[in-house]
Design a protein around this ligand. Structure first.
Ligand SMILES: NC(=O)c1ccc[n+]([C@@H]2O[C@H](COP(=O)([O-])OP(=O)(O)OC[C@H]3O[C@@H](n4cnc5c(N)ncnc54)[C@H](O)[C@@H]3O)[C@@H](O)[C@H]2O)c1
Length: 253
């Protein structure tokens, strides 16, 4: 049996979606150093290398190529886990897409895909994994919202709507699953990953946005990972249904 298949050595298991790069990879690395065993889901095969690097640091980790909008794929992945890996206490719904398009020319296919990945995906993963968390007695879920849920997004009405939906999903699941499962979300501002670059801006323009942010810079993936680790962990034991803004003060809730 290789390390990937071995039981996670007494560690609680956390599932992180969209963990192949960006904020999700930073969350996986942070949770690994905090003592979690990690299941990484992504559509990109690069997630396998992220899991391999964690295992090199003696952090139990497995990668599965899962599209979070595909319920069959989610359930098939879970059913493939050795028994030790079913001790899930944490879920981070991080996978997200942000295709840019004006509302007038946005196709229904793009609208539906954004909602399917960003919002329905979070619901499907939560619904599939909640029974495993409940079997452990307690646990936590952290969803990735966005400042766009509050401020709107020119060229991103589907994205902003999906992230506003995350706020409602977070609060509703927090009510339904209390006291066993705490459900919170983080609200990142612009963060240094591929996602803002997909709008076609160069590095200089991206970093220049820091000048208008009270703390003087755009976010780093690790800034978000620290907030997620806090909300997932025991120091947040009396926090549920909340939205934690991680944006250098760019938008104050
Ligand atoms: N970067 C920002 O400025 C910013 C700001 C606010 C919120 N967010 C949110 O943070 C989260 C992470 O964003 P990021 O900046 O790291 O983006 P990213 O594009 O760098 O990474 C997103 C990851 O999600 C994966 N993914 C996409 N569709 C998927 C699917 N259907 N199933 C599984 N995995 C899928 C991608 O392959 C990728 O690995 C997203 O939910 C995003 O909306 C980002």
């Amino acid at each position: 049996m290789n390390r990937e298949e071995a039981s996670p050595e007494g560690r609680p298991v956390a599932v992180v979606t969209g963990a192949a790069k960006g904020i999700g990879r930073a969350i996986a690395e942070r949770l690994g150093s905090d003592g979690w065993a990690l299941v990484l889901w992504d559509v990109l095969g690069e997630g396998a290398a992220v899991a391999a690097r964690l295992r090199e640091q003696d952090i139990p980790a497995r990668f599965e190529q899962v599209d979070v909008s595909d319920e069959e794929a989610i359930l098939a992945a879970i059913s493939s886990w050795p028994v030790g890996w079913r001790k899930v206490r944490g879920l981070v719904n991080n996978a997200g897409i942000f295709p840019r398009s004006e509302a007038l020319s946005m196709s229904s296919a793009v609208w539906n895909r954004v909602l399917a990945v960003n919002l329905t995906g979070a619901f499907l993963c939560s619904r599939a994994l909640a029974p495993l968390i409940l079997a452990q007695g307690q646990g936590a879920i952290v969803n990735l919202a966005s400042g766009r849920a509050y401020a709107g997004a020119k060229l991103g009405c589907a994205y902003a709507a999906s992230k506003a939906g995350i706020l409602g999903l977070t609060r509703s699941l927090a009510l339904e699953w209390a006291p066993a499962i705490r459900v919170n979300c983080v609200v990142p501002g612009v963060t240094d990953t591929d996602q803002p670059r997909e709008a076609g801006i160069d590095d200089a323009t991206l970093y220049a946005r820091g000048a208008s942010i009270p703390l003087g810079r755009i976010g780093r993936p690790d800034d978000v990972a620290k907030g997620v680790a806090f909300l997932l962990g025991p120091d947040a034991e009396y926090i549920t249904g909340q939205a934690l803004f991680i944006n250098g003060g760019a938008l104050m809730g």
